[in-house]
Design a protein around this ligand. Structure first.
Ligand code: C2E
Ligand code: CA
Ligand code: CA
Length: 777
């Protein structure tokens, strides 16, 4: 039984083997067909032979019968042995050697035919018609029984018939008398009929065997198709699944498993799509049931344990059963998560500041536009605050951009904490932030008060210093505010106004707030344009250096000169430095500008010394912006220039402002010492304005105090008292005093009276070109 199972398995395997040709399979099939019936056939032949022998027992001599039976037996055993060999052979070998086995088989059949045929010679019952007829019957019976087998092999059939009936016919025609000749004809006719019948069956058998192999062929191509389909289904780069009428998953492919982070098909098969609780998805799937296609694009909760959200684009088509009825649907699903998140990210990037993650200028302006539109319907006040971190450039320049970025992030976060739910904070650019407050008061007065309270609330958050590179950093903002209750101005206008007010706030002390006023407007537009123009002006050589002589009060001789920049703008004409220097400082371009200035002054001075064969003055004073002075490599840069032009540091007096120094007094003092060691001298410019901390004077290693012109130009008694006090302190610390802005002799005389050492002013000379100065010396 087990063996049989094995055989049929092998048989299936052989048939399923698509590499075997059609003809080979046909042979093999014939072979199996023949051998299946072989044992029955052999047994019946043996039985027939024994029966025939028994019948002939008294008529034919025993000797002949024994020989014939022996032959039959030998053949039987031989063929049985063969049959056994065949059975034991593996199906694979049978398939391989099908031809050989068939030949053997046919030979054996032929052998059987010969032995049976020999009965006409060996055991022919001479003279006994009845027994002769019996023998004939047996021969025909045996012949017919072999027909089935030989039918499929037509050429063999003839040989077989010849072997089987040849001896008989020979005997009938040639040995016996003429009566037997008639029987011979009858036998021949029967044999002919037999051949025809066999031929007919042969055709049928051959046809059916052929058909069978055709079916196998069809099965093979079907299998191939099926396999291709399953490969396609499984390895398709899109997710595919089948579902039934209850929206249960029937089969899923690998890609769909991956989308759902499922390791096994089984965890998804049987899963109901209803568990997604998404009406749109369910509708798209149910569409298939009415023979339509369905589509869905959107979020999709993965069906595995994690249930995370992915984005898919799926379409469904109906699936039909064998009777052409809709039995469910097939879904093709694309994972478009990365596409969607990329798009989201893009939208986010377009509206959010990447560094601080708060809205950017675009979003802020959008919101501001909406807010302005809403102002048509109500007349309460809204506020727009423009914040700029004081001295932020210093942080970037001193600690680098990474730390600067960290400060911006902290700042954004801290401001965010202190604003209201309906308010918006945005980063416009660099260290500039915007706060939009949709409601700040019912009338202007209330709005102003509330804004100030609002700002002081923000500032509360910054009382604690920020940690910057492990140092405490006290943050302050210059803030410009614009209040509005109507939709008269555009978002852009309002932004510009807030910015203008902020720049106005910057001009006073740090950490101050200014409300926008119309008078500020003109002023600031110009400022913004100037910032752009400075860049070009450096390239186009639009700047010049002028020198204003400084004189001894007593002797009225020129002891030095202050270098002052002049800008002759090609379109706007002369622009005073008071106007563009603060802007250059704010934007940072002052550093580049002063690099040009220093270079120019040093080369002017070099020429001067060459013409005058030596330096004819005590010093040339150079104005140094604090922004530049506090640059880390200021000293090195200056010394490189000194070497480049081959000038001496002793020839130069660096003018720095008191207010600038106070921002970072320790670093300033250190730098002053360093440069003084090289030979430079120092003066404090604009003394008396700003902080006026006389107490710091003793710590500042400067050489000259320049009393600001506001005390000098129209000097009253109070001013005179201030100057006197400054002189007294100066003398105490061994400092020279210079008065700026002396426009008339009356003032010069007063200065003489209070023992002021030096002065500069229009009374003596206006700033002039180097050429003119040389003439004066
Ligand atoms: P400052 O350093 O106080 O320069 C003195 C200013 O007073 C100069 O104005 C000068 O022309 C003006 N002045 C001199 N004598 C009189 C006078 O008798 N009456 C009046 N009313 N004014 C007088 P200027 O050249 O317009 O410079 C203005 C400011 O621009 C300077 O003030 C300085 O802060 C800045 N500045 C000018 N040149 C440079 C420069 O090369 N580098 C830097 N960083 N700043 C400069
Ligand atoms: Ca100056
Ligand atoms: Ca000055």
């Amino acid at each position: 039984m087990q063996n049989e199972d094995k055989n049929t398995n092998d048989l299936n395997e052989a048939i399923n083997d698509t590499s075997v040709t059609f003809d080979k399979r046909l042979d093999y099939d014939k072979l199996s067909f023949h051998y299946i019936s072989l044992p029955v056939m052999l047994m019946s032949h043996l039985f027939g032979a024994v029966l025939l022998s028994a019948m002939m027992l008294n008529i034919v001599d025993l000797y002949s019968i024994t020989i014939w039976l022996l032959l039959i037996l030998i053949m039987f055993l031989y063929r049985f042995y063969h049959y056994n060999l065949f059975r034991k052979e593996s199906e694979k070998n049978k398939l391989k050697d099908a031809n050989l086995w068939l030949d053997r088989y046919y030979t054996n059949v032929l052998l059987g035919g010969i032995i049976w045929g020999s009965s006409a010679l060996l055991i022919f019952p001479e003279g006994n018609l009845l027994h002769q007829m019996i023998l004939l019957l047996f021969l025909f019976a045996m012949g017919f029984s072999s027909l089935g087998v030989l039918a499929a092999k037509r050429d063999l059939l003839l040989v077989y018939v010849l072997a089987m009936f040849g001896p008989l016919l020979w005997r009938l025609f040639f040995i016996e008398d003429s009566l037997y000749g008639n029987i011979g004809y009858a036998v021949m006719a029967l044999v002919l009929i037999m051949i025809m019948v066999a031929n007919y069956y042969g055709k049928i058998i051959n046809n059916s065997l052929n058909n069978r192999q055709h079916f196998v062929n069809i099965k093979h191509s079907h299998d191939k198709l099926k396999e291709r389909f399953f490969t396609l289904f499984d390895r398709a780069p899109v997710g595919i699944y089948y579902y039934d009428e209850t929206l249960n998953l029937q089969d899923v492919n690998t890609q769909f498993m991956e989308m759902n982070k499922a390791d096994e098909k089984e965890s998804l098969i049987g899963h109901s799509l209803h568990t997604l609780h998404n009406d749109q998805i369910i509708e798209a799937h149910e569409n298939a049931f009415s023979g339509k296609t369905g589509n869905y694009r959107g979020p999709f909760k993965t069906l595995s344990g994690t249930n995370e959200d992915i984005y898919v684009d799926l379409s469904t088509v109906p699936m039909f059963n064998g009777d052409g009825e809709v039995a469910g649907g097939i879904t093709i699903v694309n994972d478009i998560t990365s596409e969607v998140t990329a798009k989201e990210e893009m939208i986010k990037n377009a509206y959010y500041d990447m560094l601080t993650n708060i809205p950017n200028r675009t979003l802020a302006m959008d919101k501001l536009k909406n807010l302005i539109e809403s102002k048509e319907k109500d007349d309460t006040y809204a506020a727009l605050l423009f914040l700029d971190i004081d001295n932020f450039k210093r942080i970037n320049e001193t600690f680098g951009h990474t730390i600067g970025d960290g400060v911006l992030k902290q700042t954004a976060h801290k401001i965010e904490e202190s604003i209201g739910t309906y308010d918006t904070i945005a980063r416009i650019i660099g260290d500039k932030f915007l706060i939009m407050i949709p409601f700040i008061g019912d009338n202007k007065e209330e709005a102003k008060e509330s804004t100030l309270a609002y700002i002081s609330n923000i500032e509360q958050n910054f009382i604690q210093p920020l940690k910057v590179a492990n140092k405490d950093y006290h943050m302050s903002f210059s803030i410009g505010v614009v209040l509005f209750s109507d939709n008269d101005a555009t978002a852009y206008d309002l932004l510009k106004r807030a910015e203008t007010a902020m720049y106005d706030a910057k001009k006073t002390t740090r950490g101050s707030t200014k409300f926008y006023q119309d008078s500020m407007s003109e002023h600031s537009k110009e400022e913004l344009m100037i910032e752009n123009d400075i860049h070009n002006a450096i390239k186009n050589d639009e700047f010049m250096m002028y020198y204003q002589p400084q004189l001894n009060v007593e002797t009225n001789t020129i002891i030095g000169a202050e270098a002052l920049i002049r800008w002759n703008h090609p379109q706007k004409g002369f622009i005073p430095p008071d106007k563009f220097i603060p802007i250059a400082e704010e934007s940072g371009i002052i550093i580049k500008l002063e690099e040009w200035i220093f270079d120019k002054i040093l080369s002017d001075v070099k020429l001067l010394t060459e013409e005058k064969s030596g330096f004819p003055l005590k010093h040339i004073a150079i104005n140094v912006s604090t922004v530049h002075f506090l640059e880390p490599n200021f000293v090195e840069k200056l010394m490189l220039l000194v070497n480049k032009h081959d000038v001496k540091p002793e020839w130069f007096e660096l003018e720095i402002t008191e207010s600038g120094i106070m921002r970072n007094i320790n670093e300033a003092i250190q730098k002053i010492h360093e440069l003084k060691n090289f030979g430079f001298t120092f003066s404090i410019d604009d003394f008396g304005t700003g902080y006026s901390s006389l107490s710091y004077l003793k710590e500042l290693p400067v050489d000259v105090i320049k009393v600001d012109q506001s005390f000098v130009i129209d000097m009253n008694e109070n001013d005179e008292a201030v100057i006197e006090a400054v002189i007294a302190i100066g003398q105490k610390f061994n400092l020279e005093i210079l008065a700026e802005g002396v426009e008339n002799t009356k003032i010069l005389n007063r200065l003489k009276n209070i023992s002021c050492n030096t002065y500069q002013g229009y009374l003596a000379h206006r700033p002039m070109e180097m050429k003119k100065l040389k003439e004066l010396l």
